[in-house]
Design a protein around this ligand. Structure first.
Ligand code: PEP
Ligand code: MG
Length: 539
């Protein structure tokens, strides 16, 4: 470890320390070696395959989501295939060493699968992963992917792919540090959801030798030498509770963002008044086939059940760009963030939306939660109105849309003419307003939620909400910033939805101001020349 500290952008508060482990890269094949004893070379290759199968089995046993376990077991079956072993044997008997024989055997299957198309073609990435794992074992290298050392550690990576997140076990992972990524990337969102300190855009972190003890400060963004393993303290405030609002009683509902039923206990501990964003796609990130309606009903019902009598805003699938869903086969778009993502998928696959709405309706009918449904990535009045019609057709009473595209923010008043509520996704709204990729750490200043231009768009939505008497919330990461909460309230925002861990601080911050003060702060922030001044003038 360099004795000096590195710095990045702190995206999830808390301090933790532990030995650094990296997500190992796929191994490169060594130069071919002569085979002197074919039988022992075959035994070596088979042992590597067996280790891959065993390791996948161990991960499946540990997986908390049944769909993840199912995917891992399916992968294990592929590595345990008799025909695959026969192909490896044949290669080695022909004089090829074990790593190259494994590579060649998987290569043959890869070609066959790709040619077959459909479901088999979707398994090609799994075959590559299995080959990499077996080759890594043969070369004595760590298997690619999230390490599973069986002890606590700090995870370092270039960036985390959504699929990696399925393997993250918060029991063992103390903190996350990535070399790239921005404050609204999924690494950041996941870290906040799991309550893990995280630093992104930390250049040089991958040069730190494996197992060096490091300390990560997710508030300041500092990554420096550590002295012993330190777990981040649980920062959920259980002392401050009650409905959110200003000191003079102007209500601002404080809601939680969740990705599955696993996050519901944290929402309860933080005294969330309900759920303001249920990101349904997180349930399906690993899936290569469309989830069935029954599976969806179960997943949604699990969340609704825990929220009897409270609001649950469930979002329909937000696939594409930073959240690719393999079963939708969206590869090949030149510019995925501007492509067929979010509600736009319904243009190509309307049935996916219809099935999801039916599943939500069925789950809602079986529970006491107050279920509201919203669509991501809506840009026009026509999209909003068609979505509202589809929601009502499914028998669900409350339809809303997310405001993530400037065009929608500008037309908030019209949209509220056809839907029951709006929810502002500031992560995407920043991205599209500033033409700045939300995954790009270098552009973090443009993605700052205090940018007056972003606040101005939020003001348009807030004003439309006040005029129509319909709720307008914020569910992007801006809602988790305690300093910004009074500003958002003053702009007319009626609910803030965030990672449960942020709720206590946001609730306390709001309660320090009267509503009139919030309105004044909001005017000051919108009128500021830039984000830094806006923050300085308000805080
Ligand atoms: C957003 O864009 O602000 C949002 C809440 O949605 P996601 O982060 O899931 O894209
Ligand atoms: Mg979004």
């Amino acid at each position: 470890m360099p004795t000096d500290s590195l710095s990045g952008i702190g995206v999830s508060a808390g301090v933790a320390a532990g030995p650094l482990l990296r997500i190992a890269a796929a191994p490169a094949l060594p130069p071919p070696a002569p085979v002197t004893d074919a039988e022992s070379e075959i035994a070596r290759a088979f042992a590597a395959l067996a280790e891959v199968v065993a390791e996948l089995g161990r991960r499946a046993d540990r997986a908390q989501e049944s769909t993840v376990a199912e995917v891992l077991r399916a992968e294990a079956l592929m590595a345990d295939d008799e025909e695959l072993r026969d192909a490896v044997r044949e290669e080695i008997e022909g004089g090829t060493d074990a790593p190259h024989a494994i590579d060649a055997a998987f290569g043959t299957f890869r070609e066959m699968f790709a040619e077959a198309g459909g479901y088999l073609a979707e398994r090609v990435a799994d075959l590559d992963d299995l080959r990499d794992r077996a080759v890594a074992v043969l070369l004595g290298l760590p298997m690619p992917g999230v390490p599973q050392p069986g002890h606590p550690y700090v995870l370092a990576a270039r960036d985390l792919a959504p699929a990696d997140t399925a393997d993250l076990d918060p029991e063992y992972v103390l903190a996350l540090v990535t070399e790239v990524g921005g404050p609204t990337s999924h690494t950041a969102i996941l870290a906040r959801a799991l309550g893990l300190p995280a630093v992104v855009a930390c250049r040089g972190v991958l040069d730190i030798p494996e197992r060096t003890l490091i300390q990560v400060d997710g508030s300041t963004g500092e990554v420096g030498p550590g002295s012993s393993v330190l777990r981040a303290e649980n920062r959920t405030s259980s002392e401050i509770s009650g409905p959110g609002g200003t000191s003079d009683g102007h209500a601002v509902k404080l809601l939680a963002n969740v990705g599955s039923v696993k996050n519901v206990p944290a929402a309860d501990e933080a005294h969330a008044e309900g759920i303001g964003l249920f990101r349904t796609e997180l349930l399906f990130l690993d899936r290569t086939s469309e989830p069935t309606k029954d599976e969806q009903v179960t997943a949604y019902r699990d969340v609704f059940r825990g929220m009897a009598g409270r609001r649950v805003v469930i979002r329909t699938l937000d696939a594409g760009a930073d959240k690719p869903l393999p079963f939708l086969n969206q590869d090949g778009e030149p510019n995925p963030a501007l492509g067929v993502r979010g509600l736009r998928v319904a243009r190509q696959r309307p049935q996916v939306l219809t099935t999801q709405l039916e599943a939500i309706a069925q789950a809602a009918a079986e529970c006491e939660a107050d279920v509201w449904v919203m669509a991501p990535m809506v840009s026009t009045l026509a999209e909003a109105s068609e979505f509202a019609a589809a929601v009502h057709e499914a028998g669900l009473p409350r339809a809303g849309v997310m405001i993530e595209v400037p065009a929608a923010a500008l037309r908030a008043k019209d949209l509220l003419g056809v839907v029951d509520f709006l929810s502002i996704g500031t992560n995407d709204l920043s991205q599209y307003t500033f033409a700045a990729d939300r995954m790009c750490g270098e552009l973090a200043d443009l993605l700052d939620p205090w940018q007056p231009a972003l606040l101005q768009l939020i003001a348009i939505c807030g004003a439309a909400g006040r005029e129509s008497g319909k709720p307008v919330g914020v569910c992007g990461e801006a809602a988790a910033d305690p300093g910004l909460a009074p500003v958002l309230a003053g702009l007319g925002i009626s609910s803030l939805s965030m990672s449960p861990r942020a709720l206590g601080a946001v609730r306390a911050s709001l309660a320090r101001y009267t509503y009139a003060e919030c309105v004044r702060l909001a005017e000051t922030a919108v009128a500021a020349p830039d984000a830094v001044s806006a923050r300085k003038l308000v805080l």
